[in-house]
Design a protein around this ligand. Structure first.
Ligand code: 5GP
Ligand code: ZN
Length: 117
């Protein structure tokens, strides 16, 4: 069933509390936690608690939940008082997606170049 937890999914395990994470924000529908391999002073991942493979399948199935994720990403940026920052959804292996549970990266606290490569 779309949205159901997947046994082999790292981020579903974080949602379930089976793998520890440094959680910075949580709502009924989302969790935000620090990336284990931070690429910037602020590097937080915001995920829906429900399992969708990537941003495309999430937005197609549950647009309101996709909006929750984006809103929480903005709240992370606000909390860390980031003036310039990047919110990224890597979508597909060719774009660098390695964990196939939809997530927004919130990156900030240093200068960021564009295009990212
Ligand atoms: P992707 O490459 O799929 O866009 O991003 C996956 C992110 O998850 C990477 O930035 C990676 O560092 C992070 N990550 C992988 N495993 C873990 C983990 O066990 N805990 C946390 N907090 N982050 C993880
Ligand atoms: Zn999952």
């Amino acid at each position: 069933m779309p949205g159901e937890p997947q046994d082999d999914c790292l981020f579903c395990k974080i949602v379930a509390g089976h793998i520890p994470a440094t959680i910075v924000r949580e709502t009924d529908t989302t969790v935000a936690f620090r990336d284990i391999n931070p690429q910037a002073p602020t590097h937080v991942l915001v995920i829906p608690k429900a399992h969708y493979e990537n941003a495309a399948t999430l937005a197609a199935a549950e647009p309101a939940l996709a909006a929750d994720v984006l809103g929480e990403a903005q709240s992370v940026a606000d909390e860390d008082k980031l003036e310039s920052y990047r919110i990224v959804f890597n979508t597909g292996a060719g774009a660098g997606q390695t964990v196939f549970h939809a997530h927004a990266h919130v990156l900030g606290g240093r200068g960021l170049q564009w295009p990212p490569g």
